[in-house]
Ligand binder design. Structure first.
Ligand code: FAM
Length: 465
């Protein structure tokens, strides 16, 4: 290890930083997120170098031809540090389950749900920040939250019939106008310094999303003038205020939980992988995340939260509210027989009930146990898995995150289902941004996997036989 790497920018020995980073999960006090990153990056660079030296030439699982045709399921192909998804257990953010995050991350005064600011710190550093560090992040994001006037104009000129996700993606793309990374690159910044402007863009990106989401919501659903960000309030509180729900303490708590659990789901899902892929071309974080949003807008991914509500309302208009189990079963079978998927059920990786579903169910049991839509979601949970098993196609018959979220939002009056994926997108920025920062810090290369034609595959095996 070189002498420069043995000492961090704050002249603390690297091994103490390494020990803290790996064996203690609490952030050292009196440091900002950027200062802490500056300490951790040289340590992690050394760590990656060691892992590659020790294991770089080892095989990491076989690839079979079906994986080339089958959407690359299970193919080990990416590094993603913020979270890892286990098929049975579900997501862990930097090694921590959702209940552990709920317990360990700082909360708002009087609140019980984690502040997403703390989750972002955890995703970036692997450490649990102090209450003060989280408050500083809230203030920093509030200070960065304004969006340029021309982006406001772009949004104001969108027809209300343009889907909120398309508007969201347009606005995030346009933020690239002020990208610190794009400017630094044009100015000839050294590769070693890429992470600094990427960090600044990532912070700006997250900070500006409430103003974009709020403006879309107000424009599309005719809610009038947008409220202002309050620098004394946390991120979720401000987002809630911009949507018109800031006075509802339970809704604000829901937003804290919602943003935390939707933030990251390892690297292979469409939105995360797209952000990483586009970022690998050194497109700035705004361009990379706009691409993530376009993937999230697909009905098999993030748009499923809208699809679930649509499916539930169609069900209610067809078989009525308080329908019998038999009537619900018939409706589910009709969906399958019509060649459609049951939205909110199944997953490409998970093979058990999604803990993000469970976290929302627990929230509902605490805050809205008698809500009719929540009860319907519970009734469906008791019916759909058996039907999917009997139908025999889906590898996972259990519910995912999207089966539940719309019912909670509807309860508090956020009934505009076309908007639901925008909230998912606000949250997903946390995970994508955290990885983009590390990709630039560790010098992640351009992604360029190898593709094959069917003819090439046939020829390859013919030549071998
Ligand atoms: N309803 C009906 N059929 C389903 C199904 C569902 N919920 N889930 C899977 N299948 C079918 C699937 O369409 C496929 O059929 P074909 O062989 O005819 O193509 C078969 O079962 C095998 O699929 P799989 O291997 O179990 O799942 P995949 O890994 O291919 O796909 C999902 C995973 C999530 C796209 C799929 O389960 C699905 O379409 N679910 C409904 C949409 C949804 O809820 N998406 C949100 C996922 C969420 F976690 C997120 O990203 N936000």
């Amino acid at each position: 290890m070189s002498a420069s790497i043995l000492r961090t920018s704050r002249t603390k020995p690297v091994w103490s930083a390494l020990a803290r980073a790996r064996f203690s999960s609490t952030a050292p006090k009196n440091t900002t997120l950027k200062e802490r990153l500056a300490e951790l990056i040289p340590v992690e660079l050394e760590n990656v170098k060691r892992v590659r030296a020790e294991h770089g030439k080892k095989a990491f699982g076989p690839v079979i031809v079906d994986q080339l045709y089958g959407g690359m399921r299970g193919l080990p192909a990416l590094i993603w540090d913020g979270s890892v998804l286990d098929a049975d257990e579900g997501i862990r953010f930097r090694g921590k389950t959702i209940p552990e995050c709920q317990e360990l991350l700082p909360k708002a005064p009087g609140g019980a749900e984690p502040l997403p600011e703390g989750l972002f710190w955890l995703l970036v550093t692997g450490e649990i920040p102090t209450q003060e560090q989280v408050t500083e992040l809230s203030k920093d994001w509030a200070a960065r939250s304004a969006i340029p006037e021309f982006v406001e104009e772009i949004l104001d000129r969108c027809p209300p019939t343009l889907h909120p996700m398309s508007q969201f993606s347009l606005a995030v793309t346009a933020l690239n106008h002020d990208s610190a990374f794009a400017k630094a690159y044009q100015d000839g910044v050294s590769k070693k310094e890429y992470w600094g402007p990427t960090f600044e863009d990532s912070m700006d990106l997250i900070a500006k999303l409430p103003n974009i989401a709020g403006r879309i919501y107000n424009n599309v659903f005719g809610k009038g003038k947008l409220a202002a960000i309050d620098p004394a309030k946390d991120y979720s509180h401000n987002l809630s205020t911009l949507l018109g729900f800031g006075d509802n303490a339970a809704f604000v708590e829901l937003m804290r939980l919602y943003i935390t659990i939707h933030s990251d789901h390892e690297g292979g899902n469409v939105s995360a992988h797209t952000g990483k892929l586009v970022g690998s071309a050194l497109s700035d974080p705004f361009l990379a995340f706009a691409a993530s949003l376009n993937g999230l807008a697909g009905p098999l991914h993030g748009l499923a939260n809208q699809e679930v509500l649509l499916w539930l309302s169609k069900m209610q208009s067809k078989i009525g509210e308080n329908a019998s189990d038999e009537a619900v079963k018939e409706y589910v079978w009709a969906t399958l027989k019509g060649g459609q998927v049951v939205p909110g059920y199944g997953h490409a990786v998970l093979r058990k009930t999604d803990p993000r579903y469970t976290a929302q169910r627990e929230f509902a049991l605490k805050h809205l146990p008698e809500d009719p839509l929540f009860k319907l979601v519970g009734q469906i949970y008791n019916i759909v898995p058996d039907i999917l098993l009997e139908a025999g196609k889906a590898k996972n018959p259990w519910p995912n995150v999207d089966a539940h979220s719309g019912a909670l939002l509807t309860h508090y009056g956020l009934t505009q289902m076309q908007f639901y994926t925008v909230l998912f997108g606000v949250s997903r920025a946390f995970g994508v941004a955290a990885q983009l920062i590390w990709d630039r810090a560790l010098g992640a290369p351009l992604e360029r996997p190898k593709s094959y034609s069917t003819a090439a595959i046939e020829k390859m095996f013919k030549d071998k036989s």
